[in-house]
Design a protein around this ligand. Structure first.
Ligand code: FAD
Ligand code: SF4
Ligand code: SF4
Length: 1001
């Protein structure tokens, strides 16, 4: 039956009966066609059921229509188990409840869609956690972890999911509900009518029948997640628990609805011994001896990873703190035994490495020793180094990428050194390389050779490497699938690993539970070839035609001057689905829709530019919807492990759409604001009338889409005046202003920048709506002895300068470029002399460093990017140089500070905190916030105001409401201040205002 034949009935029935999301459009299906593997299979449709009952009904409808079902959590699997031409049931949006929590018994029962980090946050107050700490904890769901039999970095102590799941409630392929739990001897706890009785009998029979095969052919390593867990039913298994057949079954045997988990006490104060080695081989060889000291983890960082981390300024202090000399590898050996015992274990660790012949006094392979790390902050920083080193590796911009297919083989520790050496040779033989990292404790090291799967020759190399690697693993009685599961990548190789007889037994299990193949078919058993390119994300027909782009993407390969390569940087790892910490991705945090997360947007773009979503997909309404809730916060630019910069990509989409379809009235009102602002300031009463008369508000909503629930910024006549005197008083005439400028130039007769000169950009928003901020900045700078030039146009026009941000926001790139070029020309005489350009509005100043160089290719643009500084950034720099030493007086006891997203994206928010800390007696606290939700014009839209307010409510607005009246609320962004005003009824201050108060201006 083809998709076209079955879709209408399936979709109609689902839409009639399911209140959760039912998505059958091309864009939605495309967004669910990939996981974190290199495969792509387009599903028939997607359902995000609101309740378990709806999930069951969805399965029933699929069954009635004869289509298969693919359960899905965070979609972060690396082996292709979460892609299929089935009906996807997304558990991650709604099925996130904790049903029962028994603190005393340390157990809980949860729905499958709950994310591990979210669960652990809820358990923390009780001193408990679920300890299978996968690296994807911020987005991996318990359902996905269970079905993948996932393992964390501390599996040496806690084991895999199989060791931590007590029972599972599941729906079988025929709709039967069943409780998969422990089976008593003689099946005495399964009543005669129980549907599980025959199944348990069959599994125990297979276990008994295949006992010898299992003993001979099941890998003898802890990290074995491949195949079905038949060993759990062998007569010698420590217990018989039916749940174990579902652990690692990858959605192929049943749909889990409730999962009962064993919880553990949270970890205490830990100690890490950073064991240095002069040779990678020696490090691998040592691992078997180090685990005898019973650490909770032994994690590897190799030389390449250390070098990559060393290229990042923020990691250098960490490396300096724990790396001694130039090791080829470091094993981080972690203990959690209480303070005294931790110390004793580290001494024992030092003695063990000494006994193995390592010493910092030696040279060559036996050089080595221990660096002890007790400080929790340094431990966390070291963990960051390891993860981010991997991210850099993943962020290579070539078409060749590190590919995951032999990434998680596990071998006995005794063979680890030989295995890694031989596999490295295999990579070399096939003209590639790999960097090793991760779980040395359990013989499961990660390594990804770099390959370009668009090329037939690299696909062939992939097969050759896989076959050689798996043969080697089999030789060592290891596991080809030690962490990430089977999916498409490993299932084909089960016969090589387990033997034909056990593979037949796996098929028997599948046929007992899912005889019609309705659950994630083609995974674990009867799988396709792993190098079937028709199932690749970058398949044989994958290509992007040339695209006209507005910005410079030359750092990347592919069509559109590299736009294609920039989009393809998304490898679907799902880090953008985290729900707390950092900024990325505020729209997903509110809606929980795959459409509204960076990954969903990147996938939509990739499919659109390669013609997989039909003609003109880039400028379609579906694409506009996909981009609508992206607030261009640039959170992804900084926090996405591969640096996907969706804010910049959105500009391309807006530009393409504007060119094809023109602008809406709202977009025109927003985009052209800098052009009509001078007139609005002449007649503020007319432009402010909209907020006074409800009828006008309604009309503005109807015709311009501006929400009646928002006030607009209020125009005023007394705007900031470019002709102001250094004292803060406006000049009386153009002639007087010109004379003053000439005098200032004379102050620097050589043309060299004086140390105490700045040029200030009065941006459109502060100039017209909040001139007090600019006045305050001038006052502070002048009080500190700086000569303040105000940047003025040099093109003969009287219209003030503007960075062009509003034009960028609506896709009018030519106009934005024109504005940027005016600024470049205006500030060139200053920045060419090294005078910094200082500004108050983060999105303007940081635009000069980010978007402007991407749209204006000139030396002037480069100079501007080099010299554009935020006000507080400039002052922090000056304070460090000893030139900014203001006499400040106390202004308040506490300041609550919210960072603008762009400040955070550029790592510049610290400057705000640092400069405020100069104010005596001021306790500076930061709101742990994502985007405020206002995001320029976003918050004003009638169609976006609800999401805008919900973003504010995530953390910013509640924190502001909690602050007492004497607390200063500080926010540098105009939009952020507006959101705080509307949502929490408090007036926030720009940091310049706080400093001005502190100098008594
Ligand atoms: C960068 C990176 C790092 C990783 N690190 C680790 C690691 O440290 N340890 C590790 O073990 N893995 C790791 N993984 C792999 C992956 O993140 C884990 O396997 C994770 O547990 C998958 O969770 P998920 O919610 O994304 O599952 P998904 O990918 O959505 O689903 C996984 C499987 O579970 C099935 N499934 C989902 N829900 C149900 C349900 N309700 N009933 C039945 N079947 C269901 C799906 O059909 C699929 O077969 C990593 C992946 C990436 C990209
Ligand atoms: S956008 Fe970045 S964080 Fe999100 S899935 Fe893609 S690569 Fe990962
Ligand atoms: S720019 Fe912000 S809102 Fe847009 S995708 Fe990136 S993180 Fe999400």
């Amino acid at each position: 039956m083809t998709a076209a034949q079955i879709l209408p009935g399936l979709e109609r029935k689902l839409k009639a009966e399911i209140t959760g999301d039912v998505m059958f459009d091309r864009f939605s299906r495309g967004r669910y066609a990939t996981d974190a593997s290199h495969y792509q299979m387009t599903p028939l449709g997607v359902v995000a059921p609101r309740t378990v009952a709806e999930a069951e009904r969805t399965l029933a409808i699929a069954r009635e229509e004869g289509v298969s079902v693919l359960p899905r959590g965070g979609g972060t699997s690396q082996a292709g188990q979460t892609v299929n031409e089935s009906l996807v049931v997304d558990c991650s949006k709604h099925l996130t409840q904790i049903y029962e929590l028994d603190i005393g018994e340390r157990r809980c029962t949860v729905e499958p869609g709950i994310v591990l980090d979210d669960l652990n946050r809820k358990l923390k107050p009780y001193g408990l956690w679920f300890p299978v700490d996968v690296s994807t904890a911020s987005r991996a769901t318990i359902g996905g972890m269970t079905a993948n039999n996932s393992c964390g970095g501390r599996s040496l102590r806690y084991g895999t999911m199989r060791d931590n799941v007590l029972s599972i409630d599941a729906v079988l392929a025929d709709g039967t509900r069943a409780h998969f739990g422990p089976v008593a001897a003689g099946l005495s706890n399964l009543p005669a009518g129980s549907p599980l009785r025959p199944l348990a009998r069959a599994l125990l029979d297979i276990g008994l029948r295949e006992a010898d095969e299992i003993a001979a052919n099941f890998p003898k390593v802890q990290r074995r997640v491949g195949g079905y867990n038949l060993d759990a039913f062998a007569p010698n298994a420590p217990e018989h628990n039916l749940a174990h057949i579902l652990l690692g079954s990858e959605g192929t045997l049943a749909f889990s609805t409730r999962i009962e988990l064993k919880l553990s006490p949270v970890l205490g104060r830990r100690a890490i011994g950073a064991c240095h080695f002069g040779s990678f081989y020696e490090a691998m060889n040592a691992a078997q001896h180090l685990v005898k000291l019973k650490p909770i983890a032994v994690e590897l960082i190799d030389r390449t990873m250390l070098e990559l981390a060393g290229e990042i300024a923020m990691f250098r202090p960490t490396l300096k703190a724990f790396v001694h000399g130039e090791p080829e590898a470091i094993l981080l050996v972690e203990f959690d035994e209480g303070e005294t015992e931790n110390k004793r274990r580290l001494k024992e660790l030092a003695a063990t490495t000494g006994d193995l012949g390592f010493s910092f006094h030696k040279t060559g392979a036996k050089w080595g020793g221990i660096v002890e790390v007790y400080d929790a902050n340094l431990q966390a920083a070291i963990a960051d180094v390891r993860t981010s080193g991997l991210n850099i590796m993943m962020s290579m911009k070539d078409q060749g990428k590190p590919i995951s297919f032999v990434e998680d083989c596990a071998v006995p520790l005794i063979n680890l050194a030989e295995y890694t050496a031989r596999l490295t040779q295999v990579f070399e033989k096939h003209g590639t390389r790999g960097t090793w990292y991760a779980h040395a404790s359990v013989g499961c090291l990660h390594v990804r050779p770099v390959l370009n799967l668009r090329q037939e020759k690299d696909v062939k190399a992939m097969r050759a490497i896989a076959e050689e690697a798996f043969a080697m693993v089999r030789e060592y009685k290891g596991s080809h699938s030690g962490e990430h599961g089977d999916g498409i990548v490993r299932s084909e190789f089960h016969e090589l690993m387990f033997g034909k007889r056990l593979v037949t037994a796996f098929e028997e299990v599948k046929d007992k539970l899912d005889p019609k193949g309705l659950l994630n078919p083609g995974k674990i058993v009867r799988a396709p070839k792993f190098d079937d390119r028709t199932k690749f994300r970058y398949g044989p027909d994958y290509a992007a035609p040339e695209i006209k782009v507005a910005l410079d993407w030359s750092g990347y390969p592919g069509a559109g001057g590299g736009f294609q390569g920039a989009i393809e940087m998304c490898n679907n790892n799902g880090a953008c689905r985290k729900s707390v910490g950092g900024v990325m991705c505020p729209s997903y945090r509110v809606t929980r829709n795959e459409r509204d997360v960076t990954r969903g947007r990147a996938n939509s773009l990739r499919l659109a530019i390669t013609g997989q979503l039909g003609p003109d997909a880039l400028t379609s309404d579906e694409m506009a919807e996909t981009m609508k809730l992206c607030v261009s916060c640039k959170g992804c630019r900084r926090e996405c492990p591969t640096g996907v910069d969706m804010a910049r990509m959105k500009i391309e989409v807006q530009a393409a759409r504007a060119a094809k379809r023109g602008l809406s009235l709202r977009d025109r009102l927003i985009g052209w604001m800098p052009r009509y602002a001078p007139y609005a300031a002449m007649f503020p009463w007319a432009f402010n009338a909209r907020d006074k008369y409800p009828r006008l508000k309604q009309l503005s909503e109807r015709f311009a889409g501006l929400s009646t629930r928002r006030t607009l910024p209020q125009w005023r006549k007394d705007v900031f005046d470019d002709k102001r005197a250094p004292s803060g008083k406006p000049a009386q005439s153009d002639a007087e202003a010109a004379e003053r400028d000439a005098l200032r130039a004379l102050a620097s007769p050589t043309g060299e920048a004086s140390e105490r000169e700045v040029v200030l950009l009065a941006d459109t928003f502060n100039r017209y709506f909040e001139r007090e901020n600019l006045d305050a900045a001038v006052a502070v700078l002048e009080a500190a002895g700086y000569t303040v030039h105000i940047a003025k146009p040099v093109d003969g026009s009287k219209r003030p300068l503007c960075c062009g941000r509003t034009f960028l926001a609506v896709g009018k790139i030519d106009e934005a470029r024109r504005e940027a070029e005016r600024v470049i020309a205006a500030v060139a005489p200053f920045v060419n002399r090294g005078v910094p350009l200082v500004g108050l509005e983060p999105s303007c100043i940081l635009g000069f460093r980010d978007e402007v160089p991407a749209m204006v290719k000139s030396e002037g643009a480069g100079q501007l990017a080099l010299h554009a500084l935020m006000f507080e950034e400039f002052l922090v720099r000056e304070a460090a140089l000893g030139r900014f030493k203001p006499a400040l007086k106390p202004v308040a006891k506490r300041a609550l500070v919210h960072g603008h997203c762009h400040q955070k994206a550029f790592g510049m928010f610290g400057a705000v905190e640092r400069i405020l800390r100069l104010v005596p007696g001021l306790k500076v606290e930061t709101v742990e916030s994502s985007c405020c939700g206002m995001a320029g014009a976003f918050g004003y839209g009638a169609d976006t105001i609800d999401v805008s307010l919900a973003m504010g409510e995530l953390s910013l607005l509640p924190a502001v409401r909690k602050a007492d009246g004497d607390t200063l609320i500080v926010a540098d962004g105009t939009s952020c201040r507006h959101q705080i005003h509307d949502g929490a009824n408090r007036d926030a201050l720009h940091v310049a205002r706080v400093l001005a108060m502190a100098i008594g201006a």
